[in-house]
Design a protein around this ligand. Structure first.
Ligand SMILES: *Cc1c(COP(=O)(O)O)cnc(C)c1O
Length: 362
C-alpha cells in the first residue's frame, strides 16, 4: 500500500502543522506519535470526588511523551543537515532519540548516567543502534557535557533545551482540548527537567489565544521528594528517587516551570517514593493503566491534594464539578525491575482441571 503519509495514523506534525515550526522543505520524520487516549477513570474519579481523566502518553511509539517533541526536533535537525544527534538522558529521551534517528537514517549518541537507567529504556536505545556512553556522573553532568559538545560540533542536541522539542510536546495540550471541547480546570503532571510542564502551558495558552478554549487550567507539578529542586527552590546536588525519569537536581526549564505555575495559579509539590509506588499499583489495579514510577506522580499527587493537609494545593475548596487531567508520561514495561521485586514467586501446579481449579480458588 502506498500513501503520501508516513504512517496510517497522523503524527503530531501532520495533525498540528499550522502550530509547529515546519515548512514544505522540512523532511518529516514521524512514527505516528501523538493522538494518545484521554481515558476517563471512574474509580479514580470516585475516590477523589471529581471527574479525572488520564492522558496516557505511554502508548506513544517508544512508550513515552518524548516522541511528540522528538518528531519535531529530528525533522528540524534533518532540515538543517545536522551530522548526528546527541542527547543526555535519564532514559526515555535516549529511547526516543535512538528510534527517530534510526527512522531518519542519521547516527545518534546518548549520554547516560552509569547504572541509573531503567532496563527497558536502555534496551530501546541499544536495539535502535544508538552509540551509548555510560557517564560517571548524574543526569545534570550529562546535560552539561552534551550542551558543550553541541556548541562545538555539528551535532543537534535533542534534549528539551531544544525549542523544537517543546513545540512538539505542546500538541498534547491541543489534543486534550480537542477531545474535551475545552481545557480542564486542573492539569497534573510529573516534573523532572520541566520541559513538559513548560510545553503544556505553552499549548494551553496558544489554543486559548486562538479561541479554541474558554479557560486555562491550573498547572500542578509533582517532583519526587528526593529530587525536588523547584519545590525547595534550590539545586539538589545528589537527587535520589527510584523514579529515574524525574531524578534531576537542576532542571533546564526551571524558570519556565515557575512561570507556568505562577501564571496559571497552580502549584508545585512533592511525593515520596512510597506514594509513587502505591499510586502506580493503584492505577494498574483499579483502572488497568500500567505506568512507570515517575508517571504515577500526578496520581500520587492527586491523592495528596485530596487527603493531606500538608499538600501545597488542597482540593477541598475546589468545586466538585471540576475536571482534572493527569498526564501519565511513560509505559510501565520500561522499568520492570521495581515491580519484579514485589512479585511473589510462582508455584507450578500439575496439568489437571482439578489442580488448576484449586489454584485459581474458584
Ligand atoms: C522525561 C520524563 C519526565 C519528566 O519530564 P520533564 O519534561 O523532564 O519534566 C517524566 N516522566 C517520564 C516518563 C519521562 O520520560
Amino acid at each position: 500500500m502506498h500513501s503520501e503519509r508516513e504512517t496510517s495514523k497522523l503524527g503530531v506534525i501532520e495533525r498540528y502543522r499550522e502550530y509547529l515550526p515546519v515548512n514544505e522543505s522540512t523532511p518529516i520524520v514521524s512514527l505516528g506519535e501523538g493522538t494518545t487516549p484521554l481515558v476517563f477513570c471512574p474509580r479514580l474519579s470516585e475516590r477523589v470526588g471529581r471527574a479525572v481523566f488520564v492522558k496516557n502518553e505511554g502508548v506513544n511509539p517508544t512508550g513515552s511523551f518524548k516522541d511528540r517533541g522528538m518528531t519535531v526536533a529530528v525533522s528540524k535537525s534533518m532540515e538543517r543537515k545536522a551530522k548526528a544527534l546527541i542527547c543526555a538522558s535519564t532514559g526515555n529521551t535516549s529511547a526516543s532519540a535512538a528510534a527517530y534517528a534510526a527512522r531518519a537514517g542519521i547516527s545518534c549518541a546518548v549520554v547516560l548516567p552509569v547504572g541509573k537507567i531503567a532496563t527497558g529504556k536502555l534496551l530501546q536505545a541499544f536495539v535502535c543502534g544508538a552509540k551509548i556512553v555510560a557517564l560517571e556522573g548524574n543526569f545534570d553532568d550529562a546535560l552539561r557535557i552534551v550542551r558543550e559538545l553541541g556548541e562545538q560540533r555539528d551535532l543537534a542536541v535533542v534534549n528539551s533545551i531544544n525549542p523544537d522539542r517543546i513545540a512538539g510536546q505542546k500538541t498534547a495540550a491541543f489534543e486534550i482540548i480537542d477531545d474535551m471541547g475545552d481545557a480542564p480546570d486542573f492539569h497534573l503532571l510529573p516534573v523532572g527537567n520541566a520541559g513538559n510542564i513548560t510545553a503544556y502551558w505553552a499549548g494551553y495558552r496558544e489554543y486559548h489565544a486562538r479561541e479554541r478554549s474558554t479557560k486555562l487550567p491550573a498547572m500542578i507539578g509533582f517532583q519526587a521528594a528526593g529530587a525536588a529542586p523547584i519545590f525547595y527552590n534550590r539545586i539538589v546536588e545528589k537527587p535520589e528517587t527510584m523514579a529515574s525519569a524525574i531524578r534531576i537536581g537542576n532542571p533546564a526549564s526551571w524558570k519556565q516551570a515557575r512561570a507556568a505555575i505562577t501564571e496559571s495559579h497552580g502549584a508545585i509539590d512533592v511525593v515520596s517514593d512510597e506514594e509513587l509506588l502505591a499510586a502506580q499499583a493503584w492505577l494498574a489495579q483499579h483502572e488497568g493503566i500500567f505506568v512507570e514510577p515517575a508517571s504515577a506522580a500526578p496520581v500520587a499527587g492527586l491523592f495528596k491534594c485530596c487527603d493531606s493537609k500538608e499538600a501545597a494545593y488542597s482540593f477541598h475548596k475546589i468545586p466538585e464539578e471540576s475536571q482534572i487531567v493527569c498526564t501519565v508520561t511513560g509505559h510501565g514495561l520500561k522499568d520492570p525491575d521495581v515491580i519484579t521485586t514485589q512479585m511473589k514467586e510462582l508455584k507450578s501446579v500439575p496439568a489437571t482441571v482439578n489442580d488448576v481449579r484449586r489454584a485459581v480458588g474458584l
